[in-house]
Ligand binder design. Structure first.
Ligand code: NAP
Length: 247
């Protein structure tokens, strides 16, 4: 129980990597606020799963792209748990297209959720963490933020932004014992990648050294490590979890 007595907030925890992170944080002893945007039933399912395993959790609705939603969500966590130690900025979407076909709406939606969403949640969570003089932040980036990803100019720009923000914030908050790191997954089997056509999946698979796609749990374990005492001297880093896709 390396995270005993900690209070965590995971955005986009109703499905995929966020869900796996919420479950793994709970298994490590943390109380967990399970954020969702639209999938209420799925989020309540995650809460049930945590409770039936003896953990503590509640579901909280918020669209992270809206500053007021993010602020209200953090207030709810503080009301429930009296503190906020761990923030996992995981909520994210894709709206893929080649540049000439990429609409302004798709650009805005992806930047608003994947990058501004991180800013919104951090703005809300920073004050309690600074007061506590303790905080552990993990932002979900992507290998698309580190290497070319045709058809994803919006997504790769947002994720590169997340990586830069992570580095800068690590310096801003370092003196208050708050670490800020990012995880950059490659191809992980979730609803997000399930939408991709067979051809695209095959082409990714050929480039992965481990010759298989990743599982959400394999990203979640790295998130738990980054917020655990074992990673107390790691900040501003982006940990790539991609089975060797980007090497
Ligand atoms: P997913 O299965 O599609 O789940 C996305 C989650 O984000 C859902 O819980 C969804 O909530 C939530 N969400 C979406 N928009 C939101 C908003 N505006 N406010 C609050 N929550 C919102 O995605 P995933 O594959 O697990 O991806 C999780 C993160 O990892 C994302 O940041 C993604 O970019 C990143 N990532 C994923 C992969 C991959 O291969 N899967 C690779 C690299 C990086 P609802 O259920 O309520 O819609």
């Amino acid at each position: 129980m390396i995270l005993e007595d900690r209070a965590a907030l995971v955005t986009g925890a109703s499905r995929g990597i966020g869900r796996a992170a919420a479950l793994a944080l709970s298994r490590a002893g943390s109380r967990v606020a399970v954020n969702y945007s639209a999938s209420k039933e799925a989020a309540l399912g995650v809460v049930e799963e945590i409770k039936s395993a003896g953990g503590e959790a509640f579901a909280v609705q918020a669209d992270v792209s809206r500053a007021a939603d993010a602020a209200k969500m953090v207030s709810e966590v503080l009301e429930r748990y009296g503190r906020l130690d761990i923030l996992v900025n995981n909520a994210g979407i894709t709206r893929d297209n080649l540049l000439l076909r990429l609409s302004e709406d798709s650009w805005d939606a992806v930047l608003d959720t994947n990058l501004k969403g991180v800013y919104n949640c951090l703005r809300a969570a920073a004050r309690p963490m600074l007061k506590q003089r303790f905080g552990r932040v993990v932002n979900l980036a992507s290998v698309a933020g580190l290497m070319a990803s045709p058809g994803q100019v919006n997504y790769s720009a947002a994720k590169a932004g997340v990586i830069a923000l992570t580095r800068t914030l690590a310096r801003e908050f370092g003196s208050r014992n708050i670490t800020v790191n990012a995880v950059a997954p490659g191809f992980i089997e979730t609803d997000m990648t399930r939408e991709l056509p067979g051809e695209a999946r095959e082409s990714y698979l050929k480039r992965i050294a481990l010759e298989r796609f990743g599982r959400p749990e394999e990203v979640a374990e790295v998130i738990v490590f980054l917020v655990s005492p074992a990673a107390g001297y790691i900040t501003g880093q982006t940990v790539v979890v991609d089975g060797g896709l980007s090497i």
